[in-house]
Design a protein around this ligand. Sequence first.
Ligand code: FMN
Length: 197
Amino acid sequence: MYPDRPLSEALERISSRRSVKAMDLQEPGPSPESLNTILDSALRVPDHGKLGPWRLVIFQHDDRAAFGDILAARWRVLHPDANEAQLRFEQNRFMRAPVVIAVISERQAGHKIPEWEQILSAGAVCQNLLVAASLAGFAAQWLTEWYTYDAHIQSLFNIGEHEDIAGFVYLGSAEKRPDERARPDKHTRIQRWQQPR
Ligand SMILES: Cc1cc2nc3c(=O)[nH]c(=O)nc-3n(C[C@H](O)[C@H](O)[C@H](O)COP(=O)(O)O)c2cc1C
């Protein structure tokens, strides 16, 4: 039999998972081994055509402040009137969490596998990151924010014509579980197939 048994604790964790706002994330982040496991789980996604239509860029330690300097400089170009507090916020953006992971959707254009399916696979990587982090005992949030869509920042990730940044997954620890949030009513989103008459 595969799988050989239900993992009720994992199901409970997934069905009650909440994102934790990046600003509420803190140390400790995952150990190198734990991060490696989270990354292995993240890439374990369905992938029509075995294209691996994604790539990840990891920010840890000093990378985060270095990238913050780039964000602040870009913000100053886009907003010449930016005040010191705003620039400081940009500088510290990636410092909100011990680990930040950029997920890039890297498609093969003109392939028999539609680009839409390749994009969905990258979305699955992001969600697997959130779920694996949660199962490994860490909190996380998937964000796009302004820099995902900024041409200069995209160029630093070598974003090509058939690529997009799917988002940045912030990973760390949280002091407390966030309150529940309003969720779409499942009865309006899930229905049984109705035979056409
Ligand atoms: C693709 C994507 C991009 C997102 N970008 C942002 C963002 O830029 N800012 C934000 O506050 N939330 C953003 N969110 C929402 C959060 O990741 C998250 O869904 C929200 O905090 C509630 O999460 P939960 O239902 O997992 O607890 C984004 C979600 C997705 C799927």
